[in-house]
Ligand binder design. Sequence first.
Ligand SMILES: [Zn+2]
Length: 268
Amino acid sequence: MAIKFTSVKVVPRFDQSPTGGFDVYWTVNAGGSAPTFQVSIADTESGPWTQLLQTRTSDNFLLNAGAQKINLGSGLTWFKIGAYIGSSLSAESLPADARNGMDRRIYLQYREILRRWKLTFDKTPMLPGFLFRRKFYGSKCTQCTDEILATPASSSCQVCFGTGIVGGYHTPISMRGDWSAQTAPRVVNKISKEPAGPQQVHVAKIKIFGVPDAKSEDLWVDFGTKVIHRIEEVIPEQWGGSVVTQTIVVSKLPPHHPAYKLTIPSSP
Ligand SMILES: [Zn+2]
């Protein structure tokens, strides 16, 4: 299967010095291949391009890419992602500009709204956590899947954690969550309508920053309690067509779930 980029999103950072910086996220269809990625930066759409990484990343994002000041004058900062299999370039994304194609006035408003939300999420009532984004490409798990019999990945597998892809999840991203939407903080009981019959499932709603976009079946780890939650649903909240915050509906994974074998960073 040919590797194909499906999106590149550039997000301004606000936790840096006034020189700023960007986080870059991309999505790719890569099937069973496990590419590594190189992010390049340029002042114009046509380059010249400067590669940003010494070692390519296997994740689908790069935080604090090119801590350069965004040029709000005539120029723009551009990013391009290359996907490599081994040492050969297999696919390249289209160049993406730091404003994600928005006109300057709209972009400045969007950026200001993002900045305010970032400040809000940095405040103390927000609880630190990690978003573990599920892998959708990479080496297939041979421990628990049988391609000929097409058996589903086992949720008890400690190689793929039930995702069918080795490792299961990308490097966790530190974020903060607003749990205040609960009637009872942090944990709410709800009767599930699973076919197995009624059982107690802990369901909670957490509001998080809009990027990166969370998806169903990603994981949210509450740093304080180390409890791992599976994301059941994502409700994006938009401004002008761009997601600025998202509410994730999560259910608590039971303590025996193999996801608890994932390595959780020691500080948020
Ligand atoms: Zn597996």
